[in-house]
Design a protein around this ligand. Structure first.
Ligand SMILES: *Cc1c(COP(=O)(O)O)cnc(C)c1O
Length: 376
């Protein structure tokens, strides 16, 4: 088989559309006919439906997941002269959002088994902030690959220090700890609806979810020029709105999210079984976590060779992420890192490999991946 003949792509957002084409086309036509395209009834309905599904008091739609994080930070009053602790093993977006509000990202290491924020190192930097770093005013743990971070110890240590926590849930719609959904453990949480996420739009979109209705009102103003009412700005805001078309599409997709997450878990279990007896271990699950497998990530010392063999078997793979944020050209040497020096992050970046996992994979495609894994 030639290198270009990938029959199981690593991601396939088009398949996500085609699987729900009938319902999505009806929703899009409804918006086109309505004559109302920005912040209307579809956005209001989706915000209410998403908040109800999550178990949040309120939810406010915005332009994308990066903006959702930045709006959450602004609502907490985070800005210049303050630090925000997060991880370096994440989408650059998490760190970009912190700099968007003028704050300083302080990047700490991960738990190597779960790829999420190390609560021990967090406790250390809160107790003994590194010299020369502005005061820590927020912490953003990332629920990565569909698996929750150690959110309970993180929230507990932050509470002791009076520092608010914002969950980055961009990869974890529906993930749980002891049955409770991520995004409900903190006052404010941020979601992305980038097309490949577990809940994906057919364009950009984001959401801030919160416990306090007043925070929702504040963020709803911030996302649109700080308007309290039309043309009256009470605060200095931005323009980051969710549009009606994406909201209508997301309302359709939200109805299928739980079933689609279950399908991802079924596929993950098939990959686990295929790896039994192989030299590669399946992804570790946190004991009480409901992992929703945004990505199925292996740790592979000889990554390039394995990637090539899977490509020959027609299977696409991805690397999330090849370069930690603190080593990327735009950030290198400029951002403070925690006392562990992000060593576990740097090792993970050299070894992680993402297999195809999305609900529209056919049983035959899953079998094809399993067959290739069995031959490793
Ligand atoms: C996708 C993602 C974001 C950003 O979302 P956008 O909608 O692309 O702005 C933030 N954090 C994480 C962990 C992500 O995976």
């Amino acid at each position: 088989m030639s290198a270009s003949a990938i029959s199981v792509p690593q991601a396939n957002p088009g398949a996500g559309y085609r699987a729900l084409r009938g319902e999505i086309d009806v929703a899009v036509a409804r918006v086109l006919e309505s004559g109302w395209y920005i912040l209307g009834q579809e956005v209001r309905a989706f915000e209410a439906e998403f908040a109800a599904w999550l178990g949040a008091t309120a939810a406010v739609g915005c332009g994308n997941g990066t903006d959702a994080l930045a709006l959450a930070l602004r609502a907490l009053g985070v800005g210049p002269g303050m630090s925000v602790v997060t991880v370096s093993h994440t989408a650059v977006a998490t760190v970009a959002a912190i700099e968007m509000v003028g704050a300083t990202p302080l990047l700490i290491d991960i738990e190597p088994d779960y790829y999420t924020m190390d609560p021990g190192e967090l406790a250390e930097v809160l107790a003994h902030p590194p010299a020369g770093v502005p005061p820590i005013r927020a912490v953003i743990p990332v629920h990565l690959y569909g698996q929750p971070a150690a959110i309970e110890p993180i929230v507990a240590v932050c509470r002791r220090h009076g520092v608010p926590v914002i969950e980055d849930c961009a990869q974890a719609h529906g993930a749980t700890i002891a049955g409770r959904k991520v995004g409900t453990f903190t006052e404010v949480a941020a979601f992305s609806f980038y097309p490949t996420k577990n809940l994906g739009a057919l364009g950009d979109g984001g959401m801030v979810a919160m416990r306090d209705a007043g925070t929702g009102t504040a963020i709803a103003a911030l996302r649109q020029y700080g308007w309290r009412s039309h043309y009256i700005s009470d605060a200095i805001g931005v323009n980051s709105r969710l549009d009606e078309m994406q909201a209508a599409i997301l309302r359709v997709k939200l109805q299928h999210l739980d079933a689609q997450n279950a399908r991802r878990q079924t596929i993950a279990a098939a990959y686990d079984a295929a790896l039994r007896g192989a030299s590669l271990a399946p992804p570790a699950r946190r004991g009480d976590a409901g992992h929703v497998f945004h990505l199925y990530v292996l740790r592979v010392p000889e990554r390039a060779a394995l990637q090539a063999r899977l490509r020959e078997a027609g299977i696409g793979t991805g690397i999330h992420y090849p370069v930690p944020v603190h080593l990327q050209p735009a950030y290198r040497g400029r951002l403070p890192v925690g006392p562990a020096g992000c060593r576990a992050t740097e090792i993970a970046a050299e070894q992680v490999l993402s297999l195809p996992i999305y609900p529209e994979l056919t049983d035959a495609q899953v079998a094809q991946v399993c067959e290739a894994l069995r031959r490793l």
